[in-house]
Design a binder for this molecule. Structure first.
Ligand code: PLP
Length: 230
């Protein structure tokens, strides 16, 4: 398993998927989902050209960021996992973009903590697009209300939407969910006259389909690093 060649293959696949639908591959961010990966592997991914890293857990992310920030000066760190309200204060200190805003209480807390340190915190709203019990994310029918609520928060900036659709062996089955997320984003943009530049969707097994449906950030773990040891 060679991280460099994995990254090359993924970039090639991103390019193909983008060109298939007439998009510019340069506008798609390849984010390495680095949960459970040790610093050495993250450094290898950086050396292979990755500049965006997504961690799932605040504590694990903080530790890695502290260890790596001098070594990886151009790395951007995102929080992609669900966020507990009591960790919001650490999340705003450490992460450039939080992909998992999914409730008002969390919007309040992120806003308050960002204000305290004089930051405008970039966020995505995570939508539980398959309405699964086990998943984080706001329910689709409550998205608009949360969006309006977060829009009023001075120290939050909403950059778009994120989703993790139900898992299917057949990646084509993810397509309707990706499409639905794109349509939700378009509706909000039109109705509220806001530009939402990002759709964070697509993982190792379905990122090409997500790109065809408009993803601007793909979050890829195993296809870069190999299977995770848990
Ligand atoms: C782990 C993870 C990914 C990447 O999953 P892979 O299937 O390993 O590519 C993407 N997004 C989130 C939120 C994750 O937790």
């Amino acid at each position: 398993m060679d991280i460099r060649s994995n990254v090359e293959k993924i970039k090639e696949k991103i390019k193909k998927a983008a060109e298939k639908v007439g998009r510019n591959p340069e506008e798609i961010i390849l984010l390495a989902a680095s949960k459970t990966q040790p610093p050495e592997k993250i450094i290898q991914a950086y050396e292979a050209g990755i500049r965006y890293f997504g961690e799932n857990r605040v504590q694990e992310g903080m530790k890695k960021i502290d260890q790596l920030k001098d070594k990886l000066p151009e790395a951007h760190w995102h929080l992609i996992g669900g966020l507990q309200t009591n960790k919001a204060k650490y999340a705003v200190r450490y992460f450039e973009l939080i992909h998992s805003l999914d409730r008002k209480e969390l919007a309040d807390e992120l806003n308050k903590r960002a204000k305290k340190i004089g930051k405008i915190q970039d966020v995505l709203i995570e939508v539980n697009i398959g309405e699964e019990e086990s998943k984080y994310g706001v329910k689709p029918d409550q998205l608009e209300e949360l969006f309006k609520y977060a829009l009023e928060k001075e120290n939050l900036k909403i950059l778009g939407l994120m989703c993790i659709p139900p898992y299917f062996e057949d990646k084509e089955k993810s397509r309707p969910y990706f499409k639905k997320l794109r349509e939700m984003k378009n509706l909000l943009e039109e109705k509220y006259k806001k530009t939402l530049p990002h759709l964070s969707m697509g993982m190792s097994h379905d990122f090409d389909v997500a790109i065809e449906e408009g993803a601007t950030i793909v979050r890829i773990g195993t296809a870069i690093f190999g299977e995770r040891n848990v």
